[in-house]
Design a protein around this ligand. Structure first.
Ligand code: FUB
Length: 306
């Protein structure tokens, strides 16, 4: 009976992959996708779900390292391999498997990779930074996490004047300015207020036509939708605008995303547990096109599998 079940699941996955463009990467689990455009290519900075080698995380998130992917056509992706692991960041507990959702930005000739993880002897998350001369590494991690941040899911925005802001989830949605060295906070963290209840994690901020979009997973009912608010400056105030993507009807509790413009088209990168229908902590990245109304609001995205 078990063999028949496994056979049916395998056949389903083969058919899914043969006829669909989503999920975009099939040789490995990929979650929490931050997409960035560098040097005319899309670089994908996801987290990397694995089947847990330790009993305590059997039904939970389990991530020990990061891979980076790049593509020029959003169909063929190059896996640049492991760029950082829990074993080579001095401050990270190397048995925590807590390398959660990252981001990467470019400033002054360097690429800064931000990642949450659990420090040695601590239960709460910190956020670290690793630096590289290229978007695909090698990345050199700092010896300590960024002072003043407790939380997960960092997202960094650099505005047109070159000022950098970091957003993260830590007992609400928080933000601070970053110093020019991109490794220290330049201001005390503030809580972003005025959003409806239901924010959990995964903020992603971008600018379009002078408007700042604060987008985030949002639990309206049972599971995470993707929602957004808009403002006139990186620090708000932000006005809630509604849902970008409804919650999944097929059972992945989390969604986590980024939004990027590439060759004149905007895209939503997000995740779902397509290759792991039995466990929603092993996810895979999907892409869909995203469009705007003439007033700058976002047209709701319907997930596609083709
Ligand atoms: O991947 C681990 C956590 O799940 C992320 O930090 C959250 O945003 C959610 O996707």
């Amino acid at each position: 009976m078990r063999h028949l079940y496994l056979g049916i699941v395998t056949l389903f996955l083969v058919i899914l992959k043969t006829y669909s463009q989503n999920p975009i990467i099939s040789h490995s689990f990929t979650a929490d996708p931050t997409a960035r455009v560098f040097d005319g290519k899309v670089y994908l900075y996801p987290s990397h779900d694995i089947k847990s080698p330790v009993e305590r995380l059997k039904d939970w998130f389990c991530m020990e390292d990061y891979h980076i992917y790049s593509s020029q056509n959003l169909v063929d992706w190059t896996d640049h391999g492991v760029i950082l692991s829990q074993n080579n960041v001095p401050w990270v507990d190397s048995e925590s498997y807590s390398m959660w959702a990252p981001d990467c930005v470019y400033k002054n000739g360097k690429y800064y990779f931000y990642f949450p993880a659990k420090p040695k002897n601590m239960k709460v998350f910190s956020v670290g930074v690793a630096v590289s001369d290229t978007p695909y590494g090698p990345f050199m991690p700092d010896w300590k996490p960024i002072e003043g941040i407790q939380g997960i899911d960092p997202c960094v925005l650099i505005d047109k004047q070159g000022s950098a802001y970091i957003y993260w989830a830590g007992n609400g949605l928080r933000m601070a300015r970053l110093k020019d060295n991109m490794k220290e906070l330049a201001s005390a963290p503030v809580l972003i207020e005025g959003l409806p209840e239901g924010f959990k994690e995964g903020p992603f901020v971008f600018e379009r036509n002078g408007k700042y979009y604060l987008t985030f997973p949002w639990v309206k009912d049972k599971m995470e939708t993707l929602a957004y608010a808009m403002g006139n400056s990186p620090s708000g105030p932000f006005e809630f605008k509604g849902i970008i993507m409804d919650e999944s009807p097929t059972g992945c509790w989390t969604n986590h995303h980024s939004i990027v413009e590439y060759n004149g088209q905007w895209y939503l990168f997000y995740h779902h547990n397509d290759f792991s229908p039995e466990a929603d902590k092993r996810r895979s990245v999907r892409i869909d096109s995203l469009t705007f109304n003439s007033d700058g609001t976002i047209v709701k995205v319907k997930p596609t599998l083709r």
